[in-house]
Design a protein. Structure first.
Length: 655
């Protein structure tokens, strides 16, 4: 290039990197043009968007293909093109031909597979920095899932032929694909749901009387324990950027704000967008950027849908990020009430009860939202279920926080009161009064459809749980039963708590079944005596399971090759000089039938982080008088196992 004052003359074309023509237009004229012609406005915004987001391609692709050299990265940058998706847009459908590979730069996608009944089931989320569709392109198979945008998202796309050529020229990219495939296969084999390490959450207050700070401040503290946090409300954004943007054309303002928001979400593990009480432009922007939504409500306010929710439904149409309803109670509230009314007309992933001034309640919400929760699964086993009390006492003594409980049969009877807020000692005394002293399982009746009377057992459960609904427990709780009509497992999440437990403990032939509409419900242990998969789907975190089924012990005299006749057994028992024959009674057979499911496979199951098996098999399934011995034995055993598990000196599954 020539320099001023030299005689070299003007530069020749080869010395120039490019030739361009520029059009100069005053800003005022551009504003008038954009106001007068919508097409001109859209063109300008589209060009500006490509320019703004294009600056990120080098950084994003370099992070994704981190092992690639500079030559490979240069090739990668040259073949990937930008694509924008809005909430609800479909990237591709299950079964489609694999025609491209994608890299998610911003936003969040969800993968869904089609069930046999034609409904879709979410199988995972894709977060910024992850690749999408590369396995199908590499293997030549059809798409294995439908991928939908959960929020406004930006991607880089490369068509199949160009990507195949890239991998051939740069084998290091193929190694990247194998690492991705290995991680996903390992996660699938272990039924592992990854911790949600980074996300944005919109907190939407539903009432003017709801002071968000009662929840937001301790929630930010919980987030801060896991990463870097940024809280943004409209005032904070205007302080950082200026008010002019909030008064500009909405799409242009969104475009100008996009790089700034993307930078904040990239620089922080968690971004909390605090929405307004009304459906303002800022509230709409919060929802559009949210990977998670928290509806924050005063538990004492009206449960009717708020105006902001009615507007919100239109924004979320097409794809809904997980929505959590948080009901805030006074600090001295004895128990939640009327939660079902809050859930009617709302579609939420989960609901949570939080008491003011109780940071542990807020921390539980955080863990349940991010896959860090600890779920407790309690199995069936008749009177041996008292062992669950000892396990819960050991958990409390060691300071292990339980975030959700599920159970079947005896596990439901013990887990429900604990989820209500009773201490292990209070549950023990309640069991002494209602199960040991009253002995409802020994009030027999004419054995037409059961041995035990219904009225006394119903009264015992009503006494222990009151009028609570399943949704009115401080800890999330559900239990299972078996529908004899359909032969399917039933998961109880709503309805009277006492009735759900009653269905779950209805040992076939021993306790009368429960009629629920067209369903005839009996003990949940008939199909699944330890419902670990249901808890894994709910909490997405770690699981502690407690098996009290007691092995396969059934009374039997092995000197006989086959069972003697009933008259022989009766005769031996009536005559004092004859030795009684040890044979299984009808009650033994029925009880064991209701608890035998899953026995033998629990020890090898990988979906549980810790399986506790209290040594209580010496006690019969109806030995309710052994309450204290069963509880104390389980407490000592669980305390030892939990302490060893915490230090890593015991395997996740007991020998």
């Amino acid at each position: 290039m020539s320099t001023p004052g030299s005689d070299a003359g003007p530069p020749t074309l080869p010395e120039l990197e490019t030739v361009a023509e520029l059009l100069r237009m005053p800003v005022r004229d551009l504003d008038e043009l954009m106001s007068a012609r919508r097409s001109a406005s859209e063109t300008v915004v589209d060009v500006a968007e490509r320019h703004i987001v294009g600056r990120e391609i080098a950084r994003i692709l370099q992070d994704v293909f981190e092992a690639a050299g500079e030559d490979a990265l240069e090739d990668v940058r040259s073949v990937f093109r930008w694509r924008r998706m809005e909430r609800g847009d479909v990237l591709f459908f299950e079964g489609d031909e694999a025609d491209a590979v994608y890299v998610l730069a911003s936003g969040r996608l969800e993968a869904r597979v089609r069930n046999g009944d034609g409904t879709d089931r979410a199988v995972g989320e894709i977060v910024p920095g992850e690749t999408v569709g590369e396995i199908a392109v590499t293997t030549g198979r059809a798409r294995g899932a439908t991928v939908v945008a959960l929020r406004s998202s930006g991607l880089y796309a490369c068509d199949r032929d160009a990507f195949s050529s890239l991998v051939q020229r740069h084998p290091v990219l193929g190694q990247h694909l194998f690492r991705v495939l290995a991680r996903r296969l390992d996660r699938a084999n272990r039924n592992d749901q990854p911790v949600d390490a980074r996300f944005s959450v919109a907190v939407v207050p539903l009432h003017g009387s709801m002071a968000p700070s009662a929840f937001v401040a301790p929630f930010i503290d919980a987030l801060a324990g896991a990463g870097k946090v940024l809280r943004l409300d409209q005032t904070e954004v205007e302080r950082r950027i200026g008010r002019a943007l909030s008064e500009a054309d909405e799409r242009l303002a969104e475009l100008q704000l996009l790089p700034w928001f993307e930078a904040q979400e990239s620089a922080h593990d968690f971004v909390l967008y605090q929405a307004d009480e009304d459906f303002s432009t800022w509230t709409r922007r919060c929802l559009s950027r949210a990977d998670r939504i928290i509806l924050l409500a005063d538990a004492d306010a009206s449960p009717e849908l708020s105006a902001v929710e009615e507007q919100m439904e239109r924004v979320l149409e097409g794809a809904r990020p997980p929505i959590h309803l948080v009901l805030v109670h006074p600090s001295d509230r004895d128990r939640p009430r009327d939660t079902r009314r809050w859930l009617e007309g709302r579609t939420v992933r989960a609901h949570h009860h939080v008491r003011r001034g109780r940071p542990e309640d807020v921390q539980r919400v955080f863990r349940l939202m991010t896959g860090r929760a600890l779920g407790l699964v309690l199995g069936g086993g008749g009177a041996r279920g008292f062992a669950h009390i000892g396990v819960m006492a050991a958990l409390e003594e060691l300071g292990v926080p339980i975030d959700a409980i599920c159970g079947t049969s005896a596990g439901a009877a013990m887990g429900g009161p604990y989820a209500m807020g009773l201490t292990p000692d209070e549950i023990r005394e309640a069991c002494r009064r209602n199960m040991v002293d009253r002995q409802p399982f020994k009030e027999y009746t004419l054995p037409v459809y059961s041995f035990v009377k219904r009225d006394s057992l119903d009264d015992v459960l009503r006494t222990m749980t009151g009028t609570r609904d399943l949704t009115d427990t401080w800890l999330p709780f559900f239990c299972t039963s078996t529908d004899l009509h359909s032969g399917e497992k039933v998961v109880h999440r709503r309805g009277p708590l006492w009735k759900a437990i009653r269905a779950s403990i209805s040992l076939p032939g021993i306790v009368p079944p429960v009629i629920d509409g067209e369903r005839l419900l009996v003990d949940g242990g008939v199909l699944d005596n330890l419902p670990q998969s249901d808890m894994a789907d709910f909490c997405g975190g770690r699981l502690i399971s407690v098996d009290v089924s007691g092995g396969s012990h059934v009374p039997l005299d092995y000197t006989y090759e086959e069972l003697p006749s009933p008259w022989t057994v009766l005769w031996n028992r009536l005559l004092p000089w004859r030795t009684a024959v040890r044979v299984p009674t009808l009650v033994d057979v029925l009880l064991r039938t209701a608890t035998v499911s899953n026995t033998g496979q629990l020890r090898t199951e990988d979906s549980v982080d810790l399986l506790i098996v209290p040594p209580v098999e010496e006690h019969g399934l109806l030995a309710f008088e052994a309450l204290d011995q069963i509880v104390d034995t389980a407490f000592v055993h669980a305390r030892e196992v939990l302490a060893a598990w915490a230090t890593g000196t015991v395997a996740s599954v007991e020998p």
